[in-house]
Design a protein around this ligand. Sequence first.
Ligand SMILES: Cc1ncc(COP(=O)(O)O)c(C=O)c1O
Length: 427
Amino acid sequence: MRTSSDSERGLVELARRVLPGGGFGNVAHETIIASGRGGRVWDVSGNEYVDYLLGSGPMLVGHAHPEVVEVIQQQVAKGTTFFANNALGIQLAAEITAAVPCAEKVRFVSTGSEADLYAMRIARAFTKRDKILKFEGGYHGMSDYGLMSLAPKRTANFPRPIADSAGIPSSVRDEMLVAPFNDLETVASLVREHARELAGIIVEPFQRLIAPRPGFLEGLREITSRNGLLLIFDEVVTGFRFAYGGAQSYYGVTPDLCTLGKAIGGGFPLAAVTGRADVMAHFDKSAVSEDAFVTQIGTLSGNPVAAAAGLKTLEILKRPGAYERIFQTGRALMEGYSEILRRARRKARVIGEAPLFDIVFTDREVRDYRSAQGDEATMKRCNALLRERGILKGESKYYVSLAHTEEDVAFTLDAFASAMDALDTAT
Ligand SMILES: Cc1ncc(COP(=O)(O)O)c(C=O)c1O
């Protein structure tokens, strides 16, 4: 069982004094991570965890992969950022265009939030229309536009969005339309009604943990093409994770634009907007008229250390057997969890795809944001019990890495079975 040292308690106390809410705003604040290697991390008290948080996804080949560490160290010694073009960033862009079906040109930024913001902006510049349709529960970063109906606490009638944060001008709500995920009929009728105002549809092809129903992504492709709208896949999570070509190659539907992040930066701040050359041309002053140009600069864009880490991460993922292994590990966990839940007679479902899954404590079929709302209190208790037993994960999502071993899987299933036994008595 987890122990907490004086030094960890001291840091938690210091964090409470200097950070709002005592943390960086991401995950539970009482665990302070000191190091990671492969599929495991250690906190400052010395507790070891099998890590399914994976830094919220970037560490797809595992923490401190020796080959990634080597290239980072080489680059750090040569200088860490230049603002000017650098060879590693150019090579990473070339690798992305070779791998991702929609990617003809690449513009680097530092975070997924920025990538989504610019993808929506460039869609508006290309179509000369203002509105974007997104899906309830879909995550597209922290911009004013992205933070519409990500996690609404109350329900509104579609397509009216609900802002997820204070501080967002109310006028932004008028520029976004919201539809239920996996519901083509609603999308089709909204597009019929708003076709002349809509610049595009942004969607996580695999929304949080919800897989697209057969035909859903194909339907979005068809509706957007027919109406002259752009289809934007947010592949910040799924890019290079579901397949080397991302969810678009896994599900076989090619969007006009996609955003990438997490894995392509190998653990450093690097993300990208990529897509059709004629749309991406709006980032090029010499290719479009002055009023069609999308201004975009960023101090760390294409940073060479991040590009080195990203390139090496992609090289490792491209090796024969890498995805088979990630999928095998994920499937073993998902099947093991389902069996334990069945034996415990829990009203719960294991949902997702092998590289990215979780449990939802519900007996309903999960197809969209509303049906994905399970018993949150039980979920919280379950996650806390798992942390006590040496399993680290976020509130929702198990990220599976190439570095997780069979031993990690066996350890995790034992911990989960024990957590399920303890669940009813836990406070
Ligand atoms: C689908 C999706 N889009 C965008 C983002 C935002 O990325 P970042 O945290 O790098 O800004 C995230 C982050 O988790 C994400 O999951």
